[in-house]
Design a protein around this ligand. Structure first.
Ligand code: GDP
Length: 507
C-alpha cells in the first residue's frame, strides 16, 4: 500500500511569498477559512511565549511549526521553516524531516541567497524540489532567463509544467501544459476564480515563446525528480491564487510518500510494523511558567496510537505518550493515531533531545541528523561569576534543544557557543535572562570554526597531546577541534590523514 502522506517544506528567501503561499495551500485544503489567518494565528501563538518577544520585535518567526491539511484523500504535512535571512539550525534540521520541498522564487528576483543555502541543505539529502515561480501578476524577469538561472546556479534540470501568458500588466493567464487549459485573471482584482479555458486562443505575440518553452526543456521525469536531479517548474501568483491548485496536485502526484530513513547500515522502511521516529526539533517553554517542552518527532514507520509506550534512545527506558499533539492548521489537536510521515508533538520535561530515536523495541538508531558547523563562535562571559552552575545548565539545555552548540575548551574556563546565524545569539541572551536568570555577554572568540574529530582512539589521543589549546568537548563529551581559520582545518587534516575533521556531527 502506498502512503497518502506528503511531508514537505517551503524554502525561499524572505519576501518571496512563502507566507502567502502557505495560506493559499491551507485554504485549498480547507484548513483555514480566511486569508490572513496564518500570520494572525502566528502572532497570537507568539504572544503566549515570553522569549519569543524577539520574533515580535523583528516580525519574524524563529521557530518552525507544522501544519497539516487534507485534499483528495492525501494528507499534507507542511513543516514551516523560518523565513528570516538569519536562519538557524532549526531550519536545517526541519529539512531533515521532510520528503520534498517547494522552492518559491520571486519572478522579479530569481534565486536569492537564502533560497540557495536552503537548497544546498536539501541537496545533501537528495530531497526532491518542486519550483514555484511566484508573482507573475507583476513585472518579472524573462521566464527563460529565470529557468536558466535555476538550472545554472543549482545545477538542476528544469522542466516547466506551465507558462505565463505575459507578466505584470500584460498578464493574461497561465497555460498548463498537461491539460492544455488556461487559467484566466477575472474581475477587478484580476484573480484566478476557477475559470479554466480549454482551446484558449494564445495571442500571437506569446505563441512563439510558448512553443519554444514546450520544446526547449527536458520532459518531466519522475525518477530524475525523485533523485533530486530535475525540478518541475510551476508559475503562479500566490496572492492572486494562480498555480496554487496545480502545485498541490503536483505534490500529491509526484512528491514522494515517506522515504525510508537510514539507521546506520540499515534503511528503515515506512512499512515496518514497529513505530519508530526521530526528534528533529525541541521547542521549550511555550509557557514560561512551566518548564514544558514539545519534542517534534518525525514518524518513520508503524501506526502510532495514543498512550503507546516508546523508548527514547537517550533514555533507554520507555515513556508512555499520553498526550501527543498533531499540528492541524486550526488548532493543536490531540492525536489518536499517526502514521509514517506524520509529525507528532510530544510534551516532556527535558527527557527528549534533538537527534533522539524513538521506537517500541529500542533496537535501532536513526542516523544522519546533523549538527552543522557553527559559523559564528562567541565566548560567554558571566556578569555575576557566582552563576557558573546555572550557566552550565542553561548552555547544556539550550544546546540539547538545538538553539546553540556549546564547546567546553580543554584548557581554561571560557565556554564557547557556536551558531550558524546571528539571531541565535540574541535568542540565547534573551533566554538566559528570562528562563535561567543569568546575565551574560558574548565576546569575540579566538576561534573561527569548529570541527568534530573522528578516528581511532589512539589517533585522537596523540592528536590531543599536541593540540590541547585547540581542543574542546561538546555537550556529549565528543572531541572538537577549534580552529582559528579554515586554513588551520586544512593543515590539521593534511597532517593527520588518519583523522576526519567533520563540519557536521551526525547524531
Ligand atoms: P514571505 O516573507 O516569503 O513569507 O513573503 P510574504 O508571503 O509575506 O509576501 C511578501 C510580500 O509579497 C507581501 O506583501 C505579499 O502580499 C506579496 N506577495 C506574495 N505573493 C505575491 C504574488 O503572487 N503577487 C504579488 N504581486 N505580491 C505577492
Amino acid at each position: 500500500m502506498t502512503s497518502n502522506r506528503r511531508t514537505f517544506a517551503i524554502i525561499s528567501h524572505p519576501d518571496a511569498g512563502k507566507t502567502t503561499l502557505t495560506e493559499k495551500l491551507l485554504l485549498q485544503g480547507g484548513a483555514i477559512h480566511l486569508a490572513g489567518e496564518v500570520k494572525a494565528r502566528g502572532a497570537a501563538r507568539r504572544a503566549r511565549s515570553d522569549w519569543m518577544k524577539i520574533e515580535q520585535q523583528r516580525g519574524i518567526s524563529v521557530t518552525s511549526s507544522v501544519m497539516t491539511f487534507q485534499k483528495d484523500g492525501i494528507t499534507f504535512n507542511l513543516l514551516d521553516t523560518p523565513g528570516h535571512e538569519d536562519f538557524s539550525e532549526d531550519t536545517y534540521r526541519t529539512l531533515t524531516a521532510v520528503d520534498s520541498a517547494i522552492m518559491v522564487i520571486d519572478a522579479a528576483k530569481g534565486i536569492e541567497p537564502q533560497t540557495r543555502k536552503l537548497f544546498e541543505v536539501c541537496r545533501l539529502r537528495s530531497v526532491p524540489i518542486i519550483t514555484f515561480v511566484n508573482k507573475v501578476d507583476r513585472e518579472g524577469r524573462d521566464p527563460f532567463e529565470l529557468l536558466d538561472e535555476v538550472a545554472d546556479m543549482l545545477a538542476l534540470d528544469v522542466s516547466p509544467q506551465m507558462w505565463p501568458i505575459g507578466m505584470g500588466g500584460e498578464f493574461e493567464g497561465l497555460l498548463d501544459f498537461a491539460t492544455e487549459t488556461v487559467s484566466r485573471p477575472e474581475g477587478p482584482s484580476r484573480e484566478f476564480l476557477g475559470t479554466r479555458e480549454t482551446d484558449a486562443a494564445i495571442p500571437a505575440r506569446f505563441a512563439e515563446e510558448i512553443e519554444l518553452a514546450r520544446g526547449g526543456y527536458p520532459e518531466f521525469d519522475l525518477e530524475a525528480f525523485r533523485h533530486g536531479d530535475l525540478t518541475p517548474v510551476y508559475f503562479g501568483s500566490a496572492l492572486k491564487n494562480f498555480g496554487v491548485e496545480e502545485l498541490i496536485d503536483a505534490i500529491a502526484r509526484y512528491a514522494p510518500p515517506p522515504r525510508p530513513q537510514p539507521a546506520g547500515e540499515e534503511l528503515i522502511s515506512p512499512e515496518r510494523d514497529e513505530v519508530t521516529g526521530f526528534i528533529f526539533k525541541v521547542q521549550a517553554n511555550m509557557d514560561p511558567n512551566h518548564r514544558d517542552r514539545i519534542a517534534f518527532m518525525r514518524q518513520v514507520s508503524g501506526t502510532f496510537k495514543r498512550g503507546m509506550k516508546l523508548v527514547p534512545s537517550g533514555l533507554g527506558k520507555p515513556i508512555a505518550v499520553h498526550s501527543p499533539i498533531l499540528f492541524f492548521a486550526q488548532d493543536r489537536e490531540l492525536a489518536d493515531t499517526a502514521e509514517a510521515g506524520d509529525i507528532i508533538g510530544i510534551p516532556n520535561h527535558g527527557t527528549l533531545s534533538v537527534g533522539d530515536t524513538l521506537s517500541e523495541k529500542n533496537q535501532i538508531r536513526f542516523t544522519g541528523l546533523p549538527n552543522f558547523a557553527p559559523e559564528i563562535l562567541r565566548r560567554v562571559q558571566l556578569k555575576d561569576p557566582t552563576k557558573t552552575k546555572q550557566l552550565r545548565k542553561a548552555l547544556d539545555d539550550l544546546s540539547e534543544e538545538g538553539v546553540i552548540q556549546v564547546f567546553y575548551p580543554e584548557i581554561g574556563s571560557q565556554w564557547i557557543v557556536g551558531v550558524v546565524g546571528q539571531l541565535q545569539l540574541e535568542v540565547l541572551i534573551s533566554r538566559l535572562e528570562a528562563e535561567y536568570k543569568v546575565e551574560a555577554v558574548l565576546e569575540p572568540s579566538p576561534f573561527a570554526t569548529a570541527r568534530w574529530i573522528r578516528g581511532s582512539e589512539a589517533a585522537q589521543r596523540s592528536f590531543a597531546e599536541f593540540n590541547r589549546p585547540n581542543l574542546a568537548k561538546d555537550r556529549d563529551g565528543d572531541l572538537v577541534f577549534m580552529a582559528k581559520s579554515p586554513w588551520d582545518v586544512n593543515y590539521a587534516a593534511e597532517k593527520n590523514p588518519d583523522l576526519a575533521f567533520s563540519a557536521t556531527k551526525e547524531r
